[in-house]
Ligand binder design. Structure first.
Ligand code: ATR
Length: 283
């Protein structure tokens, strides 16, 4: 989908992925463009698995101004960028590219999208709270710096493979900006409850739930699954049974897109109308 305009030289953007046909990004950016009165074109581009870089170069040659990058190319986009934002450098992955005067700038808007959805849309504070992050793969790593920037009282990272959680703890120490506690744990070592529990594992994709004890959830806890789904995700069902309030990742998807739009266009679109639209249509 694209925003049609009669002017010949539309600013062009796209999302690269493989597969890409189910991406909501073209519809999201078309809605942002119409909402903010911006004139642009945004398309979905299927990059062959072995040809991400040539696909980007081709798009730049065609006059592309920027691109989003989704599975499985975020690491290749990170390697391709000539310049990285701090949050992309810490994430080790790039989901937003900007092409400007021959320079490829890489950013990662996933983590800030998550934090904004929790703090602004779901009105749930992270500052001063006990946070449990489940998972230590790309999604968790992308969330790390924006979460720490909120200065939670503590951040516990739990993962099936403990060494990967320990690596994230080391990375967090290296940022030197976080003043609270940070620790790595296995599922079975978890004890006590947390204020905010974020599922950054890909377990929900297989309708599985990380085997965490019910006791991590208090009835005041807020549980967030980065995955989104038409119905309830398996993690959110589990959290609700334990008494927690829940939210899935639709808002994060919209917020990461809004941040990319802001980087490219200097205008911050509103996500609430899109949230209502996609929730009603089924996400
Ligand atoms: P992503 O980019 O989505 O984060 P990833 O980098 O492959 O994907 O990371 C997947 C994360 O989900 C990892 O933390 C993984 O645990 P391991 O590090 O032990 O592999 C976690 N994960 C995947 N399937 C899981 C499952 N069924 N139960 C619990 N954790 C799971």
């Amino acid at each position: 989908m694209s925003v049609i305009n009669s002017s010949a030289q539309l600013d062009r953007y796209c999302v690269f992925g493989n597969p890409i046909q189910h991406s909501k990004s073209p519809a999201i950016h078309a809605m942002f463009a119409s909402q903010t009165g911006q004139t642009l074109e945004y398309s979905a581009r299927l990059a062959p698995l072995d040809s991400f870089v040539p696909s980007v170069q081709q798009f730049i040659a065609e006059g592309g101004k920027g691109a989003n990058v989704t599975v499985p190319f975020k690491l290749e986009a990170y390697a391709l960028a000539n310049h990285l934002s701090e949050r992309a450098a810490i994430a080790g992955a790039v989901n937003t590219l900007t092409f400007s005067d021959g320079v490829i700038v890489g950013d990662n808007t996933d983590g800030v999208g998550l934090v904004r959805d929790i703090t602004e849309n779901a009105k749930t504070a992270i500052v001063g709270r006990r946070i449990l992050l489940l998972g230590a793969g790309g999604a968790a790593r992308g969330a790390l710096l924006p979460l720490l920037a909120q200065q939670p009282a503590s951040l516990t990272i739990a993962n099936r493979t403990i060494s990967k959680a320990e690596d994230l703890v080391q990375l967090a120490h290296a940022t030197k900006t976080y003043r609270g506690e940070i620790e790595a744990k296995t599922w079975q070592d978890l004890n006590g409850s947390f204020d905010v529990i974020i599922n950054a594992t890909s377990a929900s994709l297989q309708s599985e739930v990380p085997p965490i004890p019910y006791t991590v959830f208090a009835d005041t806890s807020f549980a967030y699954d980065m995955m989104y789904s038409d119905g309830q995700t398996s993690f959110n069902r589990y959290a609700e049974q334990a008494g927690a309030r829940t939210r899935d990742g639709l808002g994060m998807l919209l917020e990461q897109a809004a941040e990319a739009f802001f980087i490219w266009r200097g205008v911050r679109p509103q996500t609430a109308p899109l949230f209502a639209h996609f929730r009603t249509k089924g996400s």
